[in-house]
Design a protein around this ligand. Structure first.
Ligand code: FAD
Length: 362
């Protein structure tokens, strides 16, 4: 029986695996494989690294390698309200990344002492005497693992959460992203609101010659809503050729603190599995990293004093994350309200006036 089993090696799981102290025996499973670069699972993501995520990396004295960056880096977001026709630019400090390369880089930081099982799809988790039993499928074989502590870092569709905390449900939307050849004269990043299509929001981003359009939609008629969005944006000068790729996945959109779940005494959730995603921007990498830092610190300290102590410590360390998410929830109420959004955009507060006229047919 190992001390800790981590399910999922996205930003949350990889960072936790990196930070757990060497005295603990740790196994980390992920359904992604390194050998299936083209066909394997890739997390659909905008791949924008927000300032809070940059701060979390800087706390660990980590610097980003060039190999995870994409072209171009963009300094402003073009914000469009399709209902009112308003358009504004706001300064942003995101780093434009290749999300898959970012995940692989984080994985490469995991120390050798951690046993990493790739191509390992966890299929069942159940409580047994003294810990948990995990069943996983790897290269066609069924395998079994016993662990004193289980950690769910397995994202929005978390099996750990569903298996061990089935009553703790969270509101989820369907995120759809479509990739096109970039045809706009100047690459840009946009943020689009239209309450008729979704009460969340949509976005676009240029990345290495690709133009990616995405959005988060209520499950009901999500695909149709996406096509409506495309139509609305095409009439505002957005250029869409033939789609090169379409991807979709669930995204958690917490409402208040209700959907958040940190786990219990010896089963922990972090990152998106815990519901740590901004309800206003859907930014989640910063929360994945901060919750991993919080859990690693709690387990490293707590293991010596008993696992109950670790879970109390983790709950305390996650308080700032929860407060930040509550504030983001309030911001989301503002951006979702057509009236308040219109007021903010009309005021021009904090917006940037372009000196170079824009090539837009709107
Ligand atoms: C379309 C979209 C765009 C987004 N854009 C941004 C953005 O630009 N910036 C930002 O900060 N956030 C963005 N987010 C949110 C961000 O992607 C997530 O919050 C973040 O990835 C959460 O990290 P995580 O490690 O908790 O989970 P994930 O990154 O989802 O990682 C979960 C890992 O668990 C593995 N896994 C899952 N189930 C199993 C299983 N049963 N067995 C084994 N392995 C399993 C998966 O392979 C994966 O590697 C976006 C989300 C979506 C959906």
């Amino acid at each position: 029986m190992v001390d800790v089993a981590i399910v999922g090696l996205g930003p949350a799981g990889s960072m936790l695996a990196k930070l757990l102290r060497p005295g603990l025996s740790v196994v980390a499973l992920d359904k992604k494989g390194l050998d299936d670069e083209k066909t394997g699972f890739r997390k659909p993501c905008g791949g924008l690294l927000a300032p809070d995520a940059q701060k979390a990396l800087s706390r660990l004295n980590l610097t980003l390698p060039k190999s995870v960056l994409v072209d171009p880096q963009i300094f402003a977001v073009k914000t469009i309200d399709l209902q009112t026709g308003l358009l504004r630019y706001y300064q942003r400090f995101y780093i434009n990344l290749d999300r898959h390369q970012f995940d692989l880089w984080l994985e490469s930081l995991i120390p050798q002492a951690v046993r990493v099982e790739r191509n390992a799809l966890c299929t069942r988790i159940s409580r047994v005497e003294g810990g948990y039993e995990l069943l996983y499928r790897q290269n066609g074989a069924e395998r079994r693992l016993l662990a004193k502590v289980v950690v769910g870092a397995d994202g929005a569709c978390s099996l750990v959460r569903k298996s061990l905390f089935p009553a703790r449900r969270i509101r989820q939307y369907l995120a759809i992203q479509q990739h096109f050849c970039e045809e706009h004269p100047t690459p840009f990043y946009s943020c689009v609101f239209d309450g008729r299509i979704t009460d969340s929001y949509s976005w676009s981003i240029s990345k290495d010659g690709n133009f990616i359009l995405g959005g988060a939609f209520p499950m009901d008629g999500a695909r149709q809503r996406f096509e409506e969005l495309k139509k609305g944006l095409a009439s505002r000068g957005f250029l869409f050729g033939e789609p090169l790729k379409t991807e979709a996945c669930l995204v958690s959109v917490p409402r208040g603190l209700g959907g958040l779940c940190l786990g219990s005494a010896d089963a922990f959730l972090l990152g998106e599995a815990a519901g740590f995603v901004s309800p206003s921007s859907l930014e989640g990498i910063s929360y994945a990293l901060s919750s991993a830092i919080a859990l690693a610190d709690s387990l490293n300290k707590g293991a010596a004093k008993g696992i109950k102590k670790a879970s109390r410590l983790y709950a305390r360390k996650c308080l700032p994350i929860q407060i930040k998410l509550l504030l983001k929830g309030l911001k989301a109420l503002g951006t979702r309200s057509r009236f308040l959004r219109g007021l903010a955009m009309r005021s021009g507060l904090k917006s940037i006036r372009l000196l170079e006229p824009e090539d837009e047919r709107a």
